[in-house]
Design a protein around this ligand. Structure first.
Ligand code: HEM
Length: 411
């Protein structure tokens, strides 16, 4: 891989935004503006009980008039919001199992063009769902679900993590070149840079409950901390998919597209390319281990199919690069090993913190809910699932353990 931004253009990676879409569009031309105006008023339309009727009134549009990647991404984002809102309604159990053809047909056409599934994915609601609110760099999201600013906090914090990682992605070509040229000194400098970017990503992550202030121009970007109860009881429902979900056991029927219902996992940051990118670079191999590691690895591979194809290809191209881990091992240089370990440790720290967040935002509210219902001691089966549909505790612990095992021992 060359040290050149041209190379990254091919993989749709931006110097400042990393995997996030730089300056997404906020409007679509007529007649697609009809999708935007519903998406923009979504919480109100849901509250007024008007959302489904408004969606059913939409004309069946051909997506051929959407020109260029950015228009298509905005179309996919807007239809994703409409679909989630149509299926889950008020989030009170009144669910639709059929997506009407007037929205299913354009949605599936557009999904095929973009190489994305016809469901709201992380590449929509985080990577393409933002705008600069004012010249000082404050950011906002384009579309919201019910639950006030909870979604804004969740999506923007994920975006800030992506942006912090962007500086680390830049260093990857330098790392590969250094390994190829057996240049330990350059490699070590580059690994130091990766470790410090990943540390910064963790600081951004801490903002989820306002523990840290923003240290640079994005200082005031996120004032909207994520409330655990609203996340659990409201936002999580709208992000849920129809794969392994007991509420829609067979999946969703996309009317006019397929004759049988299809299953797709819900939107989850597990669809971010950032963690997978540094796993590959550092040689964190999720399949190494017992049966639970295999299924964790399978899930992470499956999540790649929810990423934009250019990002999927980038991960694949990293896999064919030289092994940084093998090189560090072969050198037997204690200082180089220590720097490599700092990068792996930064990934462990991110995953440890992530687990604390999951405990606060899913496991504790799930326990509280089942106590209120007086059902069982623990949380119910469906509440133990992430929006991506995993049995989340086992999955996240397995992934963290595999990362820890990647640390190189002395000697
Ligand atoms: C309220 C905040 C969050 C909650 C409740 C949460 C929850 C979860 C859950 C339940 C999973 C398991 C997969 C699934 O079924 O969805 C998961 C995976 C994952 N999440 Fe989060 N998440 C949060 C924020 C974030 C953020 C901000 C990021 C980083 C951008 C992130 C990155 C990941 C990654 C990379 C995985 C895959 C597992 C791994 O590689 O370690 N999450 N998350």
């Amino acid at each position: 891989m060359e040290n050149s931004w041209k190379m990254f253009e091919e993989f749709h990676i931006d110097e400042e935004m990393g995997f996030a879409l730089p300056n997404p569009l906020v409007e679509l031309p007529h007649p697609y503006d009809a999708w935007i105006s519903i998406a923009r008023n979504l919480p109100q339309l849901i509250e007024d009980g008007q959302l489904r009727a408004e969606v059913e009134k939409l004309a069946t549009l051909s997506t051929d008039g959407l020109e260029g990647h950015k228009e298509q991404r905005l179309g996919h984002l807007a239809l994703g919001y409409l679909t989630m809102a149509y299926v889950w309604g008020r989030g009170d159990g009144d669910i639709r199992k059929v997506l009407p053809s007037n929205i299913a047909i354009p949605y599936c056409q557009l999904s095929e063009k973009l190489g994305l599934p016809p469901i709201l994915v992380y590449a929509d609601c985080v990577l393409a769902n933002w705008k600069k609110k004012d010249p000082s760099g404050n950011m906002d999201i384009l579309f919201s679900f019910p639950g006030g600013d909870c979604g804004k906090g969740f999506f923007l914090i994920s975006l800030l993590v992506e942006m912090a990682a962007a500086s680390a992605i830049k260093v990857i070509p330098i790392i590969f070149k250094a390994v190829q040229c057996e240049d330990s000194e350059t490699l070590q400098d580059a690994l130091r840079e990766i470790a410090s970017c990943l540390k910064r990503a963790l600081e951004r992550f801490h903002q989820i409950h306002g523990k840290y202030c923003m240290p640079y121009t994005m200082r005031a970007a996120v004032k909207y901390y994520v409330d655990p109860n609203i996340f659990f009881n409201v936002l999580r429902i709208y992000l849920s998919g129809w794969k392994g979900n007991p509420s829609l056991p067979e999946g969703l029927l996309y009317e006019g597209v397929w004759d049988t219902p299809k299953q797709f996992a819900g939107g989850s940051a597990a669809q971010s390319s950032v963690f997978q990118c540094f796993d590959v670079l550092l040689g964190v191999q999720h399949a190494a281990g017992g049966a639970s590691s295999v299924s964790a690895a399978e899930f992470l591979q499956e999540m790649r199919t929810y990423m934009p194809p250019a990002h999927r290809n980038f991960l694949r191209s990293l896999e064919s690069g030289p092994s940084v881990r093998e090189f560090v091992l072969s050198k037997g240089d204690a200082s180089l090993r220590e720097t490599y370990n700092k990068c792996v440790q930064a990934m462990v720290s991110l995953r440890k913190y992530h687990f604390q967040i999951v405990t606060k935002y899913i496991l504790i509210p799930a326990r509280r809910k089942s106590k209120e219902k007086g059902t069982s001691k623990g949380s119910s089966k469906s509440e133990d699932k992430g929006t991506g549909g995993t049995s989340l505790v086992d999955f996240l612990k397995t992934v963290r353990r595999t990362t820890e095992k990647t640390l190189l021992k002395e000697g």
